[in-house]
Structure formats: C-alpha cells, structure tokens
Design a protein around this ligand. Structure first.
Ligand SMILES: [Zn+2]
Length: 244
C-alpha cells in the first residue's frame, strides 16, 4: 500500500477514533491484545506507516508488499494479524508488521518528505535529492527518506510521464528535470489518491503492468532494476537509456 492508500484507510478508520475496542486479537506475539484495552486516541500516517495511538502507546502498522485490510468485513480463510472490534464496526489487518514505537513520533518522522502531508516541503526534498546524484531514479523514487509514501506504482508512472529511464541517474537530468521529478512525484501521489477514492486508479495506469506503450504502441519492458531489484515497467523507445 502506497502513501495515498494510507490516507484512505485513515478516512475509513476515522469512526473508531475516540472509541475503545470491545474485543481484540493479535497474531503478533510482541503485541499483546491487552495493548488495545484502551481508547484509540490518535490516528496518523507517515509515508506507508499507519500510526495508531492507544493510550500512551503508538503502534506502527506497515503493510509490506502484500498487506491488506478490511473494515466491517473479513477475508475468508485468512487469520488477521490484528483484529479489533468496536461497538460501531470492526477492523482487520492482514499480512502486515506491527511494532510498538519506543520514541515519540516527532523524533522518528520528518513530515516534510511525506508526499501526502500538508507539511510536504519541495525545497527540503530538493536539498535531499541533490545529495543523491549517482542514485538510479528507480531507487530514488522508492527511498522513503526522500519520497515517503512512494511505491512501485508511483515510481513507474512518474518515470513514464517524464520519459525517464528507470536506471537513469539524477546526474543525467538537467536541473529543470530534477525539479519536475520532485513536483511530478508529489502531484502523481495526489492524483493516485483521487483516482483510488473514485475506484479508477488501475484504469489510469499508463505503464504499470501494461504490455504496450500508449504513446508509441511499442512493447513495454518489464525488468528488475536498480540496487533494490524491484520490478520496473517502461517503454525502451519513449524512455531511452541516457547518453553518458
Ligand atoms: Zn513508447
């Protein structure tokens, strides 16, 4: 789940804030169900982390690659990692990691890099990006310290929209393109949120999981790229390898 999906989850969970679960079960040994015998006081997110404050404790939920959730519903045949039942509904988290934060949230997170935060700061992100001139763009756009909330969909779509090869480096880009990259990543995250809320996200994918390039009709390439070896989808004609 990428950053925009976390905002939608928070919106769906908002009805539980200020409420105390009547029943809880946790499949994570380090997180005892007794942790949830108090009111859900706060609900926040940073990048791909959902932050739930129960009493004085804050729990970080990360949905990893295949995590999912159901509200007022459950996935058949699957045991949730965390199940919380409130008087006004229920919550199930699957395939996720849950950790208890040991430091205050403000010390751990920089909201200036969170693509979905009102504190997102283009100048601050620009300064961080400037230190990464030899990083491949496909890795940079997944770096949560720079683009918190960006995932594989955002990465592929942004690089395609800007006609940039996934393994191009920042030093291959002019400074105007670097600025465009930062702004387009932020703008795409906002569009992702709007599209997902309207259930039209997949319909708007142009390159992610596509076989043909919508611009030149050529065959797309699917390949693991960068140091992170995550799958990239790109059009070799429209996103050529940069000249060095
Ligand atoms: Zn193309």
């Amino acid at each position: 789940m990428e950053g925009p999906s976390l905002i939608i989850l928070r919106e769906e969970m908002a009805k539980f804030v200020g409420k105390r679960p009547v029943h809880a079960s946790s499949a994570i040994p380090q997180i005892p169900t007794s942790s949830f015998q108090t009111t859900l006081k706060s609900l926040d997110s940073w990048g791909k982390h959902l932050l739930m404050g129960f009493g004085k404790q804050v729990f970080k939920v990360h949905f990893l690659m295949f995590g999912s959730y159901r509200i007022d519903d459950e996935r058949e045949g699957r045991v949730p990692k965390l199940h919380l039942e409130f008087r006004n509904g229920s919550l199930n988290f699957y395939c996720c990691s849950i950790q208890h934060l040991t430091s205050p949230v403000e010390e751990l997170y920089d909201w200036r890099v969170d693509l979905m935060s009102s504190q997102w700061d283009v100048a601050h992100v620009g300064r961080l990006v400037a230190k990464q001139s030899s990083t491949k763009l496909c890795d940079l756009l997944l770096d949560q310290d720079v683009f918190a909330g960006s995932g594989n969909i955002i990465k592929n779509e942004v690089l395609y929209n800007l006609r940039l090869h996934p393994e191009a480096q920042l030093e291959d880009c002019k400074s105007s393109m670097r600025r465009k990259l930062i702004r387009e990543t932020h703008a795409y995250a906002q569009r992702f949120y709007e599209w997902k809320k309207a259930f039209v996200l997949k319909r708007n994918w142009r390159i992610y999981r596509k076989r043909k390039c919508p611009l030149c009709q050529g065959a797309d390439t699917m390949q693991k790229t960068g140091t992170l070896r995550r799958v990239s989808f790109f059009c070799p004609a429209c996103q050529p390898v940069p000249d060095r």
